[in-house]
Design a protein around this ligand. Sequence first.
Ligand SMILES: Nc1nc2c(c(=O)[nH]1)N[C@H]1C(S)=C(S)[C@@H](COP(=O)(O)OP(=O)(O)OC[C@H]3O[C@@H](n4cnc5c(=O)[nH]c(N)nc54)[C@H](O)[C@@H]3O)O[C@H]1N2
Ligand SMILES: Nc1nc2c(c(=O)[nH]1)N[C@H]1C(S)=C(S)[C@@H](COP(=O)(O)OP(=O)(O)OC[C@H]3O[C@@H](n4cnc5c(=O)[nH]c(N)nc54)[C@H](O)[C@@H]3O)O[C@H]1N2
Ligand code: SF4
Ligand SMILES: [Mo]
Length: 710
Amino acid sequence: MYDAPQVSTPTHCPYCALQCGMNLRSLPGAGVGVEERADFPVNRGALCGKGRTAAAVLDARVRLGGPLVRSARSGELEPATWSEALAAVAEGLGRARGAYGADAVGVFGGGGLTNEKAYTLGKFARLVLGTSQIDYNGRFCMSSAAAAHHRAFGLDRGLPFPLEDIPRTGCVILVGSNLAETMPPALRYLTELKENGGKLIVVDPRRTRTAEQADLHLAPRPGTDLALALGLLHLVVAEGRVDEAFVEERTEGWEAARAGAMAHWPEHVERITGVAVPQLRDAVRMFCDAPSGMVLTARGPEQQSKGTDTVGAWINLCLATGRAGRPLSGYGCLTGQGNGQGGREHGQKADQLPGYRKLDDPAARAHVAQVWGVPPESLPGPGRSAYELLDALGGDIKALLLMGSNPVVSAPRAAHVEERLRSLDFLAVADVVLSETAALADVVLPVTQWAEETGTTTNLEGRVLLRRRAITPPDGVRTDLEVLHALAALLGWEKGFPTDPEEVFDELRRASAGGPADYSGISYRRIAEEDGVFWPCPEPDHPGTPRLFLDRFATPDGRARFVPVVHRDSAEETDETYPIVLTTGRVVAQYQSGAQTRRVEELNAAAPGPFVELHPRLAARLGVTEGQDVTVVSRRGRAVAPARVTTAIRADTVFMPFHWPGEGRANTLTNPALDPTSKMPEFKVCAVRLEAGSGTGATDAGTGARSGSG
Ligand SMILES: Nc1nc2c(c(=O)[nH]1)N[C@H]1C(S)=C(S)[C@@H](COP(=O)(O)OP(=O)(O)OC[C@H]3O[C@@H](n4cnc5c(=O)[nH]c(N)nc54)[C@H](O)[C@@H]3O)O[C@H]1N2
Ligand SMILES: Nc1nc2c(c(=O)[nH]1)N[C@H]1C(S)=C(S)[C@@H](COP(=O)(O)OP(=O)(O)OC[C@H]3O[C@@H](n4cnc5c(=O)[nH]c(N)nc54)[C@H](O)[C@@H]3O)O[C@H]1N2
Ligand code: SF4
Ligand SMILES: [Mo]
């Protein structure tokens, strides 16, 4: 029925966590067109350029059309049949398991996979492969905020309220989010906030398009948000702005957190962050004078080796001022990937079972094992985190199945990760395009795209949404669920891996029942009728939970926990050899590793390649002008890209977007230092030196050493 020409199918964007609603109109003989869908509340019809052009990736000229297998003879990837390709994967994974044991096989997933895929991938790893070695790219995304959420509130849902609450709060502190570029339709919520008389404070080392909207812009040195938040809390105490009644009734642990903050004098915080004391005072007054308030963080403060404590410090500020667990107030994390929220709930994370259950909790194991029809003892224990897993490739992990990520471009210390991937005995990649990582594989499995398949995603608000199949996929590709079904069958599991997404979702509901992320009351039918359903939703007649924590937090006693934190340095501070801070992030027209968006003409025209953003003073010292090549050198390697000279960045900091492979790959430079709790790599801070020009040597793989002199 959906395949009929001129039918308009309501669905959601394939890219970011906003999951904008869109209509897909199938055009006879001309594929599919993206149209406005004004009835979906999150974006009310608005789309960014990526969403508008998403259908371009459906074109046969840019996508994979059939399986590829590396030929033993030529060493090249060559076309193969599906049965040859699947047999090769089953054999490659099976051989590693047979020779070295189940944990020699790794699985790497992605936060862009639907709930059904993420759930099935986790089940496939634990049952079919029996491996503990599964993790996913969400570890690189919001894992620090997730860990801090758990510690403070006993539950991790990115936003505890819908976006529609933002315009009605009194003051928003937006920390390290450039949502004008990363979620453009959401900028409206900040504009409406200001129209309603609310205040906006933006914390970002760069004066971004988002920061330009702010009433107050604080521009700290990268990696110092923890000190900044502690300094603000110090002033809250010093100026008598603590909400004593809230602290008394709804929280635990204030004394220790207070003591931590009192050690961070404003003058001391100014020295660490570079933010002047009067600005700190202005921020505290603006936040505390408003009748309600929110703190929202994104990757800026989170992608640090102290990301969990940093988010904890911002949560402490919310708790001390009573800006949590009340209407129009609270702390939230702006999750990033299309299913960044759902992808972290249903078992592709190393320590997790569906429903956001813990893999080391005996009751959780018993519940899920019963849904899966296996004995609890057969489930492996927790495995390694994403970077640790990638770092172990070719060591004790000999074979890898990768679905929904492109780590050659997006992982920290990427040259090393690339070298680890090359050292595997066997690599299988399921993707829609021949990504830089797929190009290294022994077998490439081409899969269907969002418009060609049905499945659910959970957006940054915790709203579970339905993407519907609008068109028939080309003959040569299969869905990820079909791939996992076929591999399971080849490896001896005829049952338990259905290909119908709704059947998978119904099983996911049962597996999640009673867990923290309870989906058991949600059905495809309800989602379609209700603009999505917010979890937890434990019964079919439960309305869903748009707003969390209003009566109690999700801790055993219902009180939120202050966590005592103190500032610490970044893993790599600047020194004489590497005197400049490199931070990294995004531009509006490219998505992540660029695997999809670099294949769209209109987006490439808008953002054709990498660049190094630097301050005019720094540019003058180097002797480079706009557009000239700059070489950026870190302890991991070197990258070259043209200079973009602007006063919108601190003079001690440079910024590079990470969307491109090759010479300008930002992740050649980044530091894989991990947060001890969340295992989040420090994408936002490393020490570099700059050289004018493109140097003489090639980009080095791994050590950062280079033959010849620069
Ligand atoms: N166009 C586009 N949109 C996207 C994506 C994309 O790739 N492209 N990806 C999606 C995904 S998965 C994600 S996770 C989100 C990410 O969304 P954002 O978090 O908004 O994106 P980033 O550009 O990584 O980082 C945001 C800001 O953090 C600032 N920053 C850098 N270092 C620091 C620091 O130490 N402290 C503070 N406070 N700020 C700092 C940067 O200057 C940057 O402006 O975007 C989603 N949307
Ligand atoms: N320096 C630096 N590095 C970063 C960041 C940063 O801020 N700075 N941010 C980090 C963050 S927040 C993130 S989320 C990661 C993301 O980085 P990646 O994990 O590399 O994310 P994508 O580029 O979205 O890769 C998804 C891949 O899966 C494919 N794909 C899309 N949909 C599907 C599907 O349904 N099935 C299958 N099988 N494949 C699919 C796409 O074509 C693409 O090749 O990057 C991280 N890396
Ligand atoms: S903001 Fe995100 S979800 Fe919306 S159209 Fe752009 S990429 Fe898609
Ligand atoms: Mo992300």
